[in-house]
Design a protein. Structure first.
Length: 302
């Protein structure tokens, strides 16, 4: 039996946080706390406590000296545990990860205080997927409203591609609400698919929040705008690059499958349009790739 990951990542995690920095705690993943049989990054929760007591002390999140900056990074590895026939992805979260091994389910509660509205979640990653795996890195900003928690903002980055050197990523944060958030949660997962594959590895380092709309040059989202025309049922990407760039656009479903694609083409000031009249309702990820950089945006098709 496999642990189904992406449903909880997109829905449960992004819509049901239970608590409340202007910065990301331990954002460079330099500080780790020893718990005896395993280490966890300070301020972050992982599945290590639940899985390390299986034979051979299985750990799915470890401290790595393969880093972008500082001395360490977080290594998130999807592992198969044959004795109980489950596959567990590597996960880190600023909330509290609650795992029910017996029923193969999990949920995430809590977060850290947040009192403003960043425009991007950014950082650096490396990725070695197996099978059809995709990694995912997301941020949720929320606020208590009476006895429930409302989503204020969310951002999401995903990639199914092998990335062998430290690469910059950027997740634009959408704000469906005008309210000011009181809680932030960030979650990264090595296998964000229905069928995670053992051996998939995600390295993560140097996370930070950005508050600018005029982005610095290294940001892959510079010169790229996304738009969803619900009346025409079209997804559009607008380009406004300062010089021509070879650019491709892919639309993925949550299984990591490419459902529409615009092959590499030299673009400067133009747009790509995908009609989604033939697509089923659900969540899709549009990814733009240019100059070996990637930027992703989540769309909901109803």
């Amino acid at each position: 039996m496999k642990i189904t990951t992406i449903i909880f990542f997109i829905t449960q995690v992004f819509l049901s946080i239970n608590v409340i920095a202007q910065t990301i705690p331990n954002n460079d993943l330099e500080t780790w706390i020893n718990h005896g049989q395993y280490d966890d990054p300070q301020s972050w929760d992982t599945p290590n406590q639940e899985v390390c007591f299986f034979p051979f002390y299985t750990k799915v999140v470890t401290k790595s000296t393969d880093h972008y900056s500082g001395s360490f990074s977080a290594k998130l590895e999807t592992k198969e545990i044959p004795i109980v026939n489950i596959t567990v992805p590597g996960v880190i979260t600023l909330g509290t990860l609650v795992i029910d091994i017996g029923n193969m389910t999990y949920s995430i509660e809590g977060g850290v205080p947040m009192g403003d509205k960043p425009t991007h979640l950014k950082g650096y990653f490396k990725y070695s997927p197996k099978g059809g795996d995709s990694c995912a890195i997301g941020i949720l900003l929320s606020k208590w409203a009476d006895s429930t928690r409302d989503t204020v903002g969310y951002g999401y980055f995903s990639s199914p591609d092998t990335v062998t050197s430290w690469t910059y990523f950027s997740a634009w944060i959408d704000y469906p609400s005008s309210a000011m958030p009181d809680t932030m949660n960030i979650l990264a997962i090595s296998s964000a698919t229905f069928s995670p594959t053992g051996g998939t590895i995600l390295y993560l380092d140097g996370l930070y929040l950005d508050y600018t709309t005029g982005i610095k040059g290294e940001d892959p989202s510079t010169g790229i705008d996304f738009y969803q025309d619900s009346e025409q049922r079209e997804l559009m990407v607008f380009f406004n690059f300062p010089e021509p760039r070879s650019t491709s656009v892919r639309l993925y479903n949550l299984m990591g499958q490419v459902v529409k694609e615009a092959p590499p083409y030299v673009r400067m000031k133009d747009k790509v349009t995908f009609s989604y009249g033939g697509l089923g309702s659900g969540i899709y990820i549009m990814q733009v790739i240019h100059e070996d950089q990637k930027v992703s945006r989540k769309f909901i098709v109803r």
